[in-house]
Design a protein around this ligand. Structure first.
Ligand code: M6R
Length: 612
């Protein structure tokens, strides 16, 4: 979490920093700050709350003759989100300033030591320790790059840092470990940033820093060294995105835009991999040989949040199509138990951002014991993608809204393709059914378009239920994870307590909560569990719960049982989560909208969870 921007060059520094930070707001938004070298002096500005508050301060405090600056948008870890705790942080004399993304684990020990040298701490943050530490080293070495290198050798934890010193008015230093930081190259100017959206308006030329590398930027030069100062030769890469990819395109919120992008996202995810129903699925990015695939004894999938729900759906289809047992686990759980895995276990990491800290740790653990690691991500430029043995990029385009929507469906398509790819190599699933599934996959974009063009009923339903404080979502089989995902969407953007249950579990406890204040939404897709879920909905009705159905069924009888029927087109049950997820995203969106919530930036959250 947290976003960093640094700039050295002749353009108006404050504008570049504020523009960059607004593109990084998805990473955190509880406070913001910036420091500039203006008229030869370091000046720091900070504000609590949204970035707009910092913009207002800058409006009233114009700065002149700027040569460089660093900016930060915060998601608090150590210390409350107050102005004083906002970054940048400085040393005693105020000449050295630092912005930081990550957590310094040994900050208490370092702080004690630095206090012993006379450093006076003004904040509760771990980051202030870094400012004092680098300044302490600067006192000995009289060079910012050398001081940064000496200081980071003493840090434990995760960090992306951007540092400047008043006495070196054209030198910006950045370094990272287990947190992202890129160098972006301009003409007579250079940038540092946590992520590409911050700089894409100005340049597409980037260098991805690796752990323990230190970048030293001046307007005309970029030098990258290892932690000992030895030069490292890095490859310059060109970003594949246009700036328009990060605009709302006329939608009120990024979330609504991203929900509407899903037909194209599905087309993109299929492109080049599934052409026609008679050709096998092509997944060149999967580097396992046919022999290795046939020898796979087990698959483990690790992920967090929405990606974890995609993983749960994948378990269902991989076991059905490929006859390989699949374990699914939250990365944060996986990393704290014995990893029983080997070379015949494939480990799949799923992550929209490719930078979720727990998932990175989990895949590293799996690699260390010899598993092949396949990463499914929306960010082929991410840390996870770079460490993968095999990689399936899902090509959903940049997702800005904190609530994941289009990336979920893009992940599902990648997972369906993967399951069919393995099934075709192993010849483990009915060929006619595979052919039909392929045909239906090609039809999914049009079916999502149908859902998106009939939103009125979902909006009406959202309005009716927006005043409820609790919700239960029930489903069985492959749609159980879709229920969890729908409930997560509602929770995170409307703060309504929504819980997903396997419908059959209702009578083992949760049914006690049912009455007219607890609406029940049932995912009722024709297939093996249809009648069962219907019975569970009847049981809920008998306890006075108000009912909503999400279904493709044309059964008129449903109108007697359900207050609202949210319709999706008919689809093979295996593929149904791709369709059922869309009305649930829209329902959550419209409820949050009616409640006036901050849809794209819900409280307490950040899009990339780069801390444990
Ligand atoms: O980038 P990742 O897919 O690894 O992120 C995992 C979760 O943090 C993420 O899905 C989160 O749960 C979203 N806010 C869900 O909408």
């Amino acid at each position: 979490m947290c976003g960093i921007v640094g700039y050295v060059g002749a353009k108006p520094v404050v504008k570049i920093l504020l523009d960059g930070l607004s593109k990084l707001e998805y990473r955190g938004y509880d406070s913001a700050g910036l420091a500039v070298n203006s008229d030869g002096k370091i000046k720091i500005f900070k504000a609590e709350g949204k970035l707009q508050n910092l913009k207002d301060i800058m409006e009233k405090n114009p700065v002149s003759n700027t040569t460089m600056g660093i900016g930060h948008i915060r998601w608090a870890t150590h210390g409350a989100p107050t102005t004083v705790n906002a970054h940048p942080h400085s040393c005693n004399c105020g000449k050295l300033v630092v912005v930081h993304n990550g957590i310094i684990e040994n900050f208490k020990e370092l702080r004690e030591e630095l206090e012993g040298y006379g450093c006076v701490f003004k904040t509760e943050t771990d980051t202030e320790t870094v400012a004092h530490l680098i300044a302490h080293e600067y006192g000995k070495l009289n060079s910012l790059p050398k001081a940064v290198r000496a200081a980071v050798k003493q840090l434990k934890g995760a960090y992306a840092l951007c540092v400047m010193h008043q006495d070196e008015p054209n030198v910006l230093v950045g370094t990272r470990k287990n947190a992202p930081l890129i160098v972006a190259l301009g003409e007579g100017e250079n940038y540092l940033a946590s992520d590409c959206p911050a700089i894409i308006e100005y340049t597409k030329r980037v260098i991805y820093l690796d752990d323990d590398e230190v970048a030293v930027l001046t307007p005309d030069t970029v030098l990258i060294t290892d932690i000992d100062g030895k030069q490292v030769v890095k490859k310059e890469e060109i970003l594949p995105w246009e700036p328009v990819a990060i605009s709302k395109m006329g939608y009120k919120h990024f979330m609504l835009k991203e929900i509407h992008e899903q037909p194209d996202v599905i087309r993109n995810a299929l492109a080049g991999k599934l052409h026609d129903v008679n050709s096998p699925v092509k997944l060149d990015e999967v580097k396992l040989t046919a022999e290795q695939i046939k020898n796979l004894k087990r698959i483990e999938i690790i992920a967090c949040g929405t990606s974890l729900h995609a993983a749960m759906i994948a378990k269902y289809i991989i076991e059905a199509f490929c006859n390989i047992p699949v374990d699914v686990e939250a990365s944060s759980e996986y990393i704290y138990r014995k990893t029983v895995t080997d070379k015949n276990t494939l480990v799949i990491g799923i992550s929209q951002s490719g930078e979720t800290s727990d998932t990175i740790t989990a895949i590293r653990q799996a690699k260390a014991v010899g598993s092949h690691v396949l990463i499914i991500t929306n960010r082929p430029d991410s840390i996870m993608a770079r460490e993968a043995d095999s990689l399936i990029p899902v090509n959903a385009g940049i997702e800005v809204s904190v609530a994941a929507t289009k990336s979920f469906n893009a992940q599902l398509i990648a997972l369906y393709l993967f399951a069919i790819y393995i099934a075709e190599i192993k010849d483990s699933f009915d060929k006619i059914h595979i052919k039909n599934l392929k045909q239906e996959m090609l039809e999914l974009p049009a079916k999502v378009e149908i859902i998106l063009s009939h939103k009125e009923n979902i909006m009406k339903c959202a309005k009716t239920f927006s005043s409820f404080r609790n919700f239960i979502y029930i489903a069985r089989g492959i749609n159980y994870a879709a229920a969890l995902e729908g409930a997560l969407k509602l929770k995170e953007i409307s703060y309504i307590n929504a819980t997903g249950y396997p419908a059959g579990e209702l009578k083992h406890g949760p049914i006690a909560m049912l009455d007219e204040t607890m609406p029940v939404l049932a995912i009722l897709m024709p297939g093996v569990v249809y009648d069962k879920v219907l019975s569970n909905a009847e049981e809920s009705k008998a306890r006075n719960a108000r009912l909503i159905a999400l279904t493709s069924s044309e059964d008129k009888e449903l109108e007697n049982l359900f207050e609202y029927i949210l319709k999706v087109p008919t689809v093979d049950e295996y593929l149904s989560p791709v369709l059922t997820s869309v009305p649930l995203q829209l329902l959550a969106y419209y409820i949050a909208e009616f409640l006036g919530k901050d849809v794209d930036q819900p409280r307490n959250l950040a899009k990339s969870v780069t801390v444990e």
